[in-house]
Design a protein around this ligand. Structure first.
Ligand code: PGA
Length: 247
């Protein structure tokens, strides 16, 4: 049985005041894993503050090397030191705005696991790729790069977030059946290597998840929760999404 998960990707949003508000007011109950991904600087504060509650904190990115002359970068071990338990890897904004290739993403995935962070591997096709009938082959290519670097065992302690790029921050959400079909495809790719790992891995949906559409998305068999951007900065909206996922 896969426990549902709802993750908040704050991107480069949030502030000390918003952290305080979340620490004072965020409350989730029921069976659902909740993970907040604030900008890196707020990791310690939130992870300490939420220590006693069942809310985890993650980072939005890491660099693949342990340490060295990489000005401005942060390593996975440093994220662990700051209290992070998860890391987003290969978010489409990292791939598209910062030029992260499939191979770089795979290196980061491996670096997270070496440090004891659970990677949340973000994959998904663009509008043009879907229109050209390439959605599945793009997602397959993104998964294959990680399989080459980490092996199927790498997916034993990882989460996947399917985020069609055309649905991120656009207000346009994949239809539940559309998302379900891609989630089943992703699980099917892993199934060829290891049935237990494929059955147990959480596959989240991301892309304009809101309280108003969360329940029908999460009702699909292979959708184990959501990675939420815009709607995760408003506590009440985010709590509703968590409730929609919780069992
Ligand atoms: P969105 O972002 O919910 O604002 O579409 C999702 C994401 O980028 O993870």
């Amino acid at each position: 049985m896969r426990a549902p998960m709802v993750a908040a990707n704050w991107k480069m949003n949030g502030s000390g005041a918003i952290c305080r508000e979340f620490l004072e007011h965020l409350s989730v109950d029921g069976l659902v894993d909740v993970v907040l991904f604030p900008p890196f600087l707020y990791t310690s504060r939130l992870s300490k503050g939420f220590e006693e509650r069942s809310i985890s904190v993650g980072v939005q990115n890491v660099f693949h090397a342990r340490s060295g002359a990489y000005t401005g970068e942060i390593g996975a071990e440093m994220a662990v030191d700051a209290g992070a338990m998860y890391a987003l890897v290969g978010h489409s904004e990292r791939r598209n705005l910062f030029g992260e290739s499939d191979e770089v993403v795979a290196d980061k995935f491996v670096a997270c696991q070496r440090a004891g962070l659970t990677p949340v591997l973000c994959i998904g096709e663009s509008f043009e790729e879907r229109a050209g009938g390439e959605a599945e082959s793009v997602v397959r290519r993104q998964v294959d790069a990680v399989l080459r670097a980490a092996g199927i065992e790498g997916f034993a302690n990882a989460v996947i977030a399917y985020e069609p790029v055309w649905a991120i921050g656009t207000g346009e959400t994949a239809r539940p059946d559309q998302a379900q079909s891609m989630h089943a495809f992703i699980r099917g790719v892993l199934m060829k290597f290891d049935t237990a790992i494929a059955t147990n891995i959480k596959v989240l949906y991301g892309g304009s998840v809101k309280a108003s559409n969360a329940r029908e998305l999460f009702a699909e068999q292979d959708i184990d929760g959501g990675l939420v951007g815009g709607a995760s900065l408003e506590i009440m909206e985010f709590e509703k999404i968590c409730r929609a996922a919780s069992r």
